[in-house]
Design a protein around this ligand. Sequence first.
Ligand SMILES: Cc1cc2nc3c(=O)[nH]c(=O)nc-3n(C[C@H](O)[C@H](O)[C@H](O)COP(=O)(O)O)c2cc1C
Length: 191
Amino acid sequence: MTDKPKLMVVIASTRPGRIGLPVGEWFEAHAREHGGFDLDLADLAAIDLPFMDEPKHPRLREYTHQHTKDWSARVEAADAFAFVHPEYNYGMNAPLKNALDYLNAEWKYKPLGLVSYGGVSAGTRAAQMIKQVVTTLGMFPLFEAVSIPFVAEFVGEGGAIVPNQVMEKAATAMLDELVRVSAAFAQLRAA
Ligand SMILES: Cc1cc2nc3c(=O)[nH]c(=O)nc-3n(C[C@H](O)[C@H](O)[C@H](O)COP(=O)(O)O)c2cc1C
């Protein structure tokens, strides 16, 4: 542990063979090199939340299931988020929406960077949908984003992502802004 803020990098896709895993691993490595944050890589496939099964509204924080308590503690510990997400049928994927719906105050007053990928749209239609949802939870989605079009073209022979300069510059700009904004929001949460 350091005194750096904590960035949770969420891998949103849960499909076997998902491209989201190498994209998330590339982004996490880039964030580690950036050095502005301690990192928590949250892979929604590994976390394996069931469909939202809490009887009470999450704003009450009266959770009945251990999986919710664990997810709550992990999200609460984060100061900022980066969602590495696909676009499914012009929208956000269901496991990400489910993971958001489980909690409420744990997301509040925290900034979010979006790393989207897809075909020609680079996942940006899903990103717009995510912005609408997360502002309801009091998150602050950044303008700075990593938008990867034709993502399959960036998968190298070993399966890892081979980024171009545009992706690397965008990731650095987003991380720089996440550091600045998370510091301001930490003060707001403490007040
Ligand atoms: C159910 C489904 C819906 C999709 N819809 C879109 C879409 O709306 N826009 C797009 O650019 N790509 C779409 N794709 C293609 C995805 O961009 C591509 O399969 C990508 O690898 C999905 O991310 P993942 O492998 O991390 O799950 C879709 C793929 C799936 C499986």
